[in-house]
Design a protein. Sequence first.
Length: 443
Amino acid sequence: MNKLYYIETFGCQMNVHESEKIAGILVNLGYAETSDRAQANIIVFNTCCIRDTAEKKIFGNIGELKILKKIDKSRIIVIVGCMTQQDGMAEVIATKFPFVDIILGTSNIHLLKEKIEELELRRQRKRGKIISIDNTEKPEVIENVTPYRTSYPNAWVNIMYGCNNFCAYCIVPYVRGRERSREPELIIEEVRSLVKAGYKEITLLGQNVDSYGSDRTDGANFYTLLTKLKEIEGKFRLRFMTSHPKDLSEEVIKLIAETPNFCNNIHLPVQAGSNAVLKAMNRKYDRERYFYLIDTIRKYMPDCGITSDIMVGFPGETEEDFQDTLDLVRRVQYHNAFTFIYSPRKGTVAAKMEQIPYAIKKDRISRLIALQNQITLTLSEAFVGKVKEVLVEDAPKENLLCGRTDCGRLVNFSGDKSLIGQFVNVRIDKNKASALWGEIVNE
Ligand code: SF4
């Protein structure tokens, strides 16, 4: 019988894709996946430290593994990801949870196979756990790990790692190092082979995709990469995340608009609508630049699905600053926005600033959510009665399918799960609970 692995992933899409790489290593070692962690011979937690709450939740989850380790001492427990990469955190995990066997940093996931083998030898000699963290600013880009993909018809492709931006609230540059771009040829080949294998939606991943290539000497940049990806033949969609308002260019927007395979959808996190707050956040753009980008996107793609991340309660944010955010949201009319309350992250610049009371943050987030919900509702109503091409992505229930339009809207409709991976035309009949509902039509 196969040995079994269980992976629990916390955090962003980058982590979800990294878990696919971890799964690839384990499948190569002869493990098969289980969704029951009590049955697993190896349990991997791929962690996130973007917020304090995420960290607390992960600590709670690791604690729960103690009993499973007690039942089966041969079980291997592995902790990887952003949390382990914070200063001193690997040692904290090792002390607090002595039953953990292997702790790997964000740049050392590719070492998992050799660390599992090393652990077997150490166990024979009754030696302790393994900690492997790479603290260099620009760790090497590792290319020899093949992901085990379970998300058909969607596939994720890293184009770069790390971030140079040091937004005042964000821990990412500290735990993922500086920007490292992959070779353009390797990215193009990966996308080409995914399309050939039948994947229908490819999402390029990077903390700031627009600065792709800035660390390279061959002149490659995000625009030149997209021009080469444009040449790949076949019916598929290409998305990317995340764009940074300081770097997104008109030539990239124009290229997206001209290329049928590139989705009519841009996620452009604004974070705040006030220039004073944007400056304090070290975002390196102002609201005027942001409005210029929105106007440019709408000039080339009038019905582009624009989405955003918006934070309230950043240190120093006044009611007037917050009103600027509400004003920006009203003017931009986002299809959707991920809204959240700022919470201090130890190790970042903003954590040392004077914080504003939680009650104020809570009041602001409710007002922001109410406004965005109203906008999403109005924009969704405009879809009703229209026919949209939808990529069938999943079948959450018998005879119920769901998928997304090119502009990123979720649509539910009835149909057989054999349609997963196909493009169908759906007439939108109603807008209910943040999703669109419709019927497949032959148009
Ligand atoms: S661009 Fe800013 S928010 Fe995004 S990962 Fe880099 S530092 Fe964090």
